[in-house]
Design a protein around this ligand. Structure first.
Ligand SMILES: [Zn+2]
Length: 90
């Protein structure tokens, strides 16, 4: 039986053939996609990415751009949203 920390399903299980010919189970961190813009789907720049525990190690200002819609929309879509909001209010 593996150690208790490896029994969690938060790590993915990879079968690897070791030099002796035996197939061994290895425990790897799951791959996490890059954060994407909510409107156009492009990858967001300036964002911390990875597993939640790794992202939480950054300061809040290091996780996402500190502007309106930062971390939600890319800069081009955020600019469009600002213009649309200003036009709607006037
Ligand atoms: Zn966008």
């Amino acid at each position: 039986m593996v150690k208790p920390a490896l029994r969690s399903r938060s790590l993915r299980r990879v079968k690897r053939k070791v030099p002796g010919g035996r197939v061994s189970m290895q425990y790897k961190e799951r791959k996490v996609g890059k954060p994407a813009c909510g409107k156009c789907g492009d990858a967001l720049l300036g964002m911390a990415h990875g597993t939640l525990s790794r992202v939480r190690k950054h300061t809040l200002s290091g996780r996402r751009p500190s502007r309106p819609y930062g971390g939600m929309l890319c800069s081009a879509c955020a600019r469009d949203a600002h213009v649309a909001k200003a036009r709607a209010s006037s």
